[in-house]
Design a protein around this ligand. Sequence first.
Ligand code: 5GP
Length: 236
Amino acid sequence: MSQLELLYKGKAKSVYLSENPDELVVIFRDDITAFDGGKKDVLSGKGSYNAAVSSFFFSYLEKNGIKTHFIKMIDENIMLVRRLEMIPLEVIARNRAAGSIVKKFPFEEGQILDPPVIVTDYKDDEHHDPSLNDDIILALGLLTQEEITYVKETTLKINRLLYDYFDELGLVFVDFKIEFGRLGDEILLGDEISMDSMRLWDKETGESLDKDVYRFEKGDVMSAYARVVEKMMFKK
Ligand code: 5GP
């Protein structure tokens, strides 16, 4: 990929221009970070796990009527995607209370949230991704009211599909973060869907099988990710 021009280097992915101006090449690196980059490591093979899980879910969502940026895999950690103009929002759906919502509000860890709670954070590490309400999203000119409704409804549909998928694997789909971008008049799902950006708990044992294993040193994060990938491969 050295001949391609680097467009953007994030904490775990690098995005390159491709020969086609409408497409980008995303490399899922082996870097893992937490706490706004305050904790970092390199774990061999982690990029490939996240790329495999992301590509599977993008295809799965497309089959279920959700438009995504995914085109195809080029290599085990390299994905070809449609070029979107990303919207700087982290859209989070929560089926159980965990993480920041438990710190900020009087929820009990693991409390069922039905209907699921959707939160939108502003993607801005410097300000620690502050939560936005609809009025701030409108005032910042990030989305129109109609688009806010579309993004929330699409997030709920994605949540339902993934919740049911993981439920069959014996996993609780606690919460997840997704990002959207514009392609002409349309809003598509971009970024990634992986264990880096979701919480998954083993239904029987309550064990975390996601980035919380790394964040809070709950064990070997690569073994946790491998368990999710193995369960998914077995199901396919
Ligand atoms: P929380 O708000 O509890 O920290 O995160 C809620 C969910 O969104 C978790 O599954 C978490 O992994 C994901 N999430 C929130 N912010 C980020 C982020 O900046 N990067 C990634 N990869 N995931 C995030």
